[in-house]
Write a protein that binds this ligand. Structure first.
Ligand code: EPU
Length: 418
């Protein structure tokens, strides 16, 4: 197993190319199950999670080939409909095969994910939504067994809370259902817009892209897609926050500044100079870090996937900061590790109260989940001395080549065998 070693205190200077978004690549890969023929996906990041998703599809009979960041996928010979516990337990997004398998085969058997490092994360919205479309679902031995007699039927689905993968599963089921499906209080994350674009290019009829009300008129057949994965807004945000913590200036290319409205607001309040162009962002620090309050919300609010990273920055702020996590009940696993680096953070329910310190100190720390790992990298880059982050496989789930990208812009960071 690898660990990441960082000698902190170097500011970042240069250019980084942003990869395709993990949370768009995963649903778009599963959407290839909807139609036979060769699908082509461009700008696909090479991550542990995308590899896991391809292994899951392979177990269903799918073949694929990768050339650089282009992935070609063919599901002509689908032979199975089960996502086993072994795969789902390593990656909850495996549940995204539920909608497309039902659409294509009328049958799916998917292991219930169980809890994970950031919370209980049930899939009851997925189940209730599919039931509304006429799917018969039973729970047995930890699996959801889903069957539909003939064709799913359109209906109105309302989410109590906007769910990202819930909305994606409903979309992928509803595109071939009989009649019209309306998804109310749908999630509006840009990754869903990317999926809508792919489905529409396959022949689906969807209205309301990027809004909280999606209207899907079912069609009988879909054709293969060719589409590019949108840039990863969380990777982009992670580098922006890193510049805040280390100082320096970076240009991020191949990204979409329009996808980070709330982060820009916060980082400008912190004191960063951010200049957005069409598909690039220039960020510069003047060295000062003003403490700000943050509350995570569904898009376009501040993303929960950038909560841990900004906490590392606030640990170096000039005053007091309150960070409220409203999406996941247990997403403060990074706090104990940041404290080991000298951060002053107190947890009170869903809030973290951070009293900024002049400096953090390198330490041996442990990655507990993907975004927590990114926050430890940011803290390590800014800290005095050496930081060693173990359990780097969490980071590899969602960041494409992070250590190299940072080392190319001046950070002293490398991987070592543990
Ligand atoms: N929820 C339910 N029931 C459900 C589904 C969700 O109660 O059936 C609750 C969740 O427990 C949570 C809230 O609804 O409190 C929102 O969860 P959501 O369903 O939107 O999360 P998700 O779809 O499981 C995706 C991302 C996460 C990201 C969240 C929130 C993917 C593959 N994953 O998860 O990404 O944090 O949306 O934006 O898109 C990450 O990349 O590190 C990551 C965890």
């Amino acid at each position: 197993m690898d660990k990441i070693v960082i000698e902190g205190g170097k500011s970042l200077h240069g250019e980084i190319r942003i990869s395709g978004a993990k949370n768009a690549a995963l649903p778009l890969i599963t959407a290839t199950l909807l139609s036979p023929g060769w699908h082509t996906l461009h700008n696909v990041p090479d991550l542990r999670d995308t590899r896991t998703m391809l292994a899951l599809l392979e177990s269903l009979g799918v073949v694929w080939e990768r050339q650089g960041d282009t992935l070609r996928i063919n599901s002509d010979k689908l032979a199975g409909y089960e996502a086993s516990y072994n795969l789902v337990k390593t990656m909850r997004a495996s549940v995204l095969v539920l909608g497309p398998l039902l659409a294509r085969m009328g049958r799916a058997r998917v292991s219930l994910p169980g809890g994970c490092a950031i919370g209980a994360r049930p899939i009851d919205f997925h189940i209730k939504g599919l039931e509304k479309l006429g799917v018969n679902l039973t729970l047995e031995q930890g699996y959801v067994d889903a069957q539909v007699k003939e064709r799913m039927e359109g209906n109105t689905i309302y989410f109590d809370i906007p769910s990202v993968t819930g909305t994606e599963n409903m979309l992928m089921a509803a595109v071939v259902a009989k009649g019209t499906t309306v998804i109310k209080n749908a999630a509006r994350e840009p990754e869903i817009g990317n999926l809508v674009d792919m489905l529409v290019s396959m022949g689906a009829r969807i209205e309301g892209k990027d809004s909280d009300k999606l209207i899907v008129h079912g069609v009988e057949e879909l054709k293969p897609a060719e589409i590019a994965i949108i840039p990863d807004r969380i990777e982009t945000g992670t580098f922006l926050v890193a510049v805040g913590a280390t100082g320096g200036e970076l240009t991020l290319t191949n990204c979409n500044p329009a996808h980070l409205p709330s982060l820009f607001e916060k980082l400008r309040a912190v004191g960063l100079d951010i200049e957005a162009q069409d598909d690039a962002i220039r960020v510069a620090s003047n060295g000062s870090i003003r403490s700000v309050d943050v509350k995570t919300m569904p898009y376009p609010g501040y993303p929960t996937d950038l909560q841990a990273q900004i906490m590392a920055l606030m640990a170096l702020g000039n005053g007091l900061s309150v960070i409220v996590e409203t999406i996941f009940e247990n997403r403060f696993m990074h706090v104990a590790e940041l404290r080991r680096m000298g951060a002053d953070i107190r947890i009170d329910g869903h809030s973290a109260i951070i009293s900024g310190k002049e400096r953090l100190y390198g330490a041996q720390v442990m990655a507990t989940d993907l975004r927590a790992s990114a926050s430890l990298v940011i803290a390590g880059l800014a800290a005095e001395g050496k930081t060693e982050i173990s359990r780097v496989y969490h980071l590899d789930r969602g960041y494409d080549d992070l250590a190299n990208k940072l080392s190319n812009v001046g950070a002293r960071i490398w991987r070592e065998k543990e």
